[in-house]
Design a protein around this ligand. Sequence first.
Ligand SMILES: Cc1cc2nc3c(=O)[nH]c(=O)nc-3n(C[C@H](O)[C@H](O)[C@H](O)COP(=O)(O)O)c2cc1C
Length: 202
Amino acid sequence: MKFAIVSGSHRPQSQSGKVARFVAGQIAALDPKFSSYLLELGKEPLPLWEEGIWNKDPKMIEPWRPVSEALAGCDAAVIIAPEWSGMAPAALKNFFLFASDGCLYHKPGLLVGVSASRNGAYPIAELRTSSYKNSHIQYISEHVIVRNVNEVLNEATPVSEEDGALRRRFDYGLRVLAEYGKALQAVRASGVLNRKEFPFGM
Ligand SMILES: Cc1cc2nc3c(=O)[nH]c(=O)nc-3n(C[C@H](O)[C@H](O)[C@H](O)COP(=O)(O)O)c2cc1C
């Protein structure tokens, strides 16, 4: 099974990127057959979406196509959203405009909120409301909020109770995600889904 990990920070050196690399390591440790594709939007920024993509404008297609193909090869996604001004960052919302092309269609998603302080819930609430309609990503009910991100996930082993509890929460969330990854393969193969007639949710 292959997992996509998308880090939504605009910053090339971000804490969300750190969290994404931790998640990649945890996925590899869960099962030797698991692999991941890591997209850090702060390091590989997408252009701001324009409608030229509908006419195959190379300015849009060239940066997006390899990302879309890599996502299409994944069975599940971990979406990491730092909380910026109480919101999901614009780069991540822009990503979801591109991702309405079917690359995440009926694939399970684990949301991860990131905060340098005690927040991190707002981007999760926002993405549960506004990023699934046309991408058709299926967010599972579990999610993870990384609070005080500068103090956790820095060492190979936990340095505090909070760090340990967070790692157990990630372990659990990823195990659940993997099961949904298997289960939704059956949904996609069922013949019930009709993206041609219903490409956009209501
Ligand atoms: C523009 C901006 C706005 C931010 N707003 C919030 C916020 O509303 N709530 C919060 O908990 N942290 C906020 N932060 C701090 C982030 O939680 C912190 O930068 C953390 O490291 C996650 O972002 P990163 O992945 O870009 O590093 C903000 C950071 C930036 C750059």
